[in-house]
Ligand binder design. Structure first.
Ligand SMILES: *[C@@H]1O[C@H](CO)[C@@H](O)[C@H](O)[C@H]1NC(C)=O
Ligand SMILES: *[C@@H]1O[C@H](CO)[C@@H](O)[C@H](O)[C@H]1NC(C)=O
Ligand SMILES: *[C@@H]1O[C@H](CO)[C@@H](O)[C@H](O)[C@H]1NC(C)=O
Ligand SMILES: *[C@@H]1O[C@H](CO)[C@@H](O)[C@H](O)[C@H]1NC(C)=O
Ligand SMILES: *[C@@H]1O[C@H](CO)[C@@H](O)[C@H](O)[C@H]1NC(C)=O
Ligand SMILES: *[C@@H]1O[C@H](CO)[C@@H](O)[C@H](O)[C@H]1NC(C)=O
Length: 345
């Protein structure tokens, strides 16, 4: 009705008044326009008051639902607009956020990978949250922890706060992830969480790395610094001088067990949205990092890490009993692990 009225006025204004138009007509026209304005304003007010009466009175202007970006239908469940209780997302309140988890195994480069991700201005990966046992006591403590992380209320040095576009954590398979896989798959599906699997192809290198790292952990801190934060190549060399001895009786069963755990994980979580990465591939070719950024739907950036790989160089120089290992693996499924699989520049 208000529209009709205004069209009427517009028509009146457009029609060129007769040349000898009187002042009276002009004034009455002006008065009519004013009345029309007041009328429309009152309709607007009435609508607002109806709105608040319907129970929306507590909703502030800021809490308007955010406009979902133009994504395909399958992707909608992965787009979120969290409202943290600990801070205000301010100008980024309507920037969509994706939820992710980096699922990995020890000594597969996930620490290094996470620092790469966190070098992105819009990524908050909060570390190995479930290394703390009480957080993985049962499904309800796991859900509480995840809810807090995904609502952006888990504050760590990695948090980018208001302008985070992807939030997640690093979760080792043996930290309750495999044990509670059914309920966790449900949670991931309900919440729209994407999984980044990060594994190491060469499980022999991984095995050696585990033993060397166990030694590093027990060794005295280097100049009082913690070893996972080694930044200089000289310090890395000192640590790399230790060579573990591999128990050749246990080697094949251990490799098999590690291999099976990865296969099992991929099967358990095969219905979730995921991407599978291998440490060696990322070292060889940084385009993998572009794939990850595409997967997380974040703007492409060059990702950087200051962490230096501690144990590098030919595998045969990293263990005491290389010849025994060669004999044990020769002719087995794992023979390829003996060969040089990548070079670190
Ligand atoms: C889970 O563990 C917490 C902390 O130990 C305990 O308080 C809670 O009752 C447990 N919940 C279930 C469902 O077992
Ligand atoms: C990324 O962060 C910057 C700076 O905080 C912000 O301006 C930008 O909108 C964010 N991008 C996304 C996709 O959220
Ligand atoms: C290798 O491990 C087996 C089983 O734990 C043990 O019996 C054996 O003594 C170990 N061998 C060496 C050389 O340590
Ligand atoms: C996931 O793994 C199960 C068990 O092996 C299999 O039956 C199912 O077809 C797989 N689903 C997909 C989507 O690959
Ligand atoms: C890295 O991978 C991409 C895509 O798989 C390929 O096109 C490119 O040639 C590779 N670069 C190197 C240096 O291997
Ligand atoms: C592997 O075993 C074959 C015989 O079974 C032998 O000829 C070859 O030299 C062995 N290779 C290594 C690297 O020990």
């Amino acid at each position: 009705m208000a529209d009709d009225l205004c069209f009427f006025i517009k028509d009146m204004l457009i029609v060129r008044p007769p040349v000898k138009n009187s002042l009276v007509l002009r004034i009455s026209l002006l008065a009519f326009v004013m009345v029309c304005g007041v009328f429309m304003c009152s309709i607007g007010l009435k609508q607002i008051s109806n709105f608040t009466k319907a129970g929306f009175i507590d909703i502030k202007v800021v809490d308007k639902p955010c406009e979902v970006p133009n994504v395909e239908k399958w992707e909608r469940p992965y787009v979120h607009f969290p409202k943290p209780t600990t801070f205000n997302r301010a100008e980024c309140a309507c920037n969509p956020v994706r939820y992710f988890v980096i699922s990995s195994t020890q000594r597969s480069g996930s620490g290094w990978f996470e620092t790469l991700l966190n070098s992105h201005m819009n990524v908050s990966s909060n570390g190995e949250i479930f290394s703390v046992k009480p957080r993985r006591t049962n499904m309800s403590t796991i859900v509480d922890t995840l809810d807090k992380i995904y609502n952006l209320d888990w504050l760590t040095s990695a948090s980018k706060n208001e302008c985070t576009a992807a939030v997640g954590l690093k979760w080792m398979l043996n930290q309750g992830l495999m044990q509670n896989h059914e309920a966790i798959v449900e949670y991931f599906k309900a919440k729209g969480v994407s999984m980044i699997f990060l594994f190491r192809r060469n499980l022999l290198r991984r095995r050696i790395s585990i033993l060397a790292n166990a030694y590093d952990q027990n060794a005295k801190p280097l100049n009082g610094k913690h070893k996972s934060h080694v930044h200089s190549h000289d310090e890395a060399k000192i640590l790399a001088s230790y060579k573990p001895t591999i128990n050749t009786t246990l080697l094949i069963p251990e490799l098999k067990q590690a291999d099976n755990m990865v296969k099992q994980a991929l099967e358990y979580f095969n219905t979730t949205r995921h991407i599978i990465l291998y440490y060696e591939d990322i070292i060889k070719n940084h385009t993998v990092l572009e794939d990850v950024q595409r997967f997380l739907r974040i703007p492409q950036m060059e990702l950087k890490s200051r962490q230096v790989k501690i144990h590098k160089g030919p595998l045969r120089e990293q263990v005491e009993n290389w010849d025994d290992i060669k004999k044990v693996l020769n002719g087995t499924l794992y023979e390829s692990f003996l060969h040089e699989d990548y070079k670190v520049s």
